[in-house]
Ligand binder design. Sequence first.
Ligand code: FES
Length: 98
Amino acid sequence: MITVTVCVGSSCHIKGVREIIRRFNDFLVAEGLEDRVELKGSFCMERCGEGINWKINDEDFSSSCVEEGFETFRKKVLGFLNEKTDKRPDEGPTQGRI
Ligand code: FES
């Protein structure tokens, strides 16, 4: 599960965060990824001057407009998910032997 957190503070709201959330959500539903990607809202991320602010897990993103934000989201989310599915079973955490 990856977590996408979108700032819903007033500055990001003015820049179009409602539309970006709708686009993110529509994409997750269309791709059947709702159970693998959690979409959350956040108070001001204190990066108001940088654009529409959001993050994937702990990685910060600032988007200049809805379209650019959506394209970044689409590529990054698919990248994160492919990264996880590319791992071989033996790459998981080491388990102790009895
Ligand atoms: S309102 Fe979004 S970073 Fe401040």
